[in-house]
Ligand binder design. Structure first.
Ligand SMILES: [Cu+2]
Length: 188
């Protein structure tokens, strides 16, 4: 074994012990969140496309992969794309406790935001105010948000979450209906 190799192995060992300490001491989980859209024309689909809110027919469970360009890109191999805009999570399952969402607006042109709410039943759409094309945040059970990020801006939100299912959605008018939401599972 030459010296270079020995040093390399020693460094790997140090790296492992550091990451083990890091995991043990971590106060919570951080999730990177991408708010994205496919450009200015994304809004034109509102009204012409079928509604794509949760449980509205074009959700992930109801949409077969068809290679139509709407599926599969996903920021980090995450959620399927169901519409012209969406929310992608670095991971969609986290342990209960403190969760920090680091949201970045990856749009070139549009303001987006990230609102978090609990979900009792994924088969039921969120309460919706049709006149305003927005989710009724109070009725949905608002837990917190990173409000109105300009393109390229980022923001963070830390919540203490119990086990269950949660939705992250954008409540800029029309965006939820265009598929800008995703689910997060919090485990025991
Ligand atoms: Cu949005």
């Amino acid at each position: 074994m030459n010296i270079t190799r020995r040093v390399t192995i020693a460094l790997i060992a140090v790296g492992f012990s550091f990451s083990a300490i890091g995991a043990a001491n971590a106060a919570g989980t951080t999730i990177n969140v991408s708010l994205w859209d496919k450009g200015d024309h994304a809004m034109e689909m509102l009204g012409s496309a079928p509604p794509m809110g949760m449980a509205m027919g074009a959700g992930p469970g109801n949409m077969a992969p068809q290679g139509n360009g709407m599926m599969g890109k996903g920021m980090m191999g995450g959620a399927a794309q169901r519409g012209p805009m969406g929310i992608s999570l670095e991971r969609d399952t986290v342990p209960a406790g403190e969760v920090t969402f680091k949201a970045i607006n990856d749009s070139k042109t549009m303001v987006h935001e990230m609102v978090v709410a609990p979900v009792a039943d994924t088969a039921r759409p969120l309460p919706y105010i049709k006149d305003e094309e927005r989710v009724d945040e109070d009725a949905a059970g608002h837990l917190g948000e990173v409000a109105e990020l300009e393109p390229g801006q980022s923001g963070a939100l830390t919540l203490t979450l119990k086990p269950g299912t949660y939705i992250l959605y954008c409540n800029i008018p029309g965006h939820y209906m265009l598929g800008m939401w995703t689910l997060l599972t919090v485990t025991q």
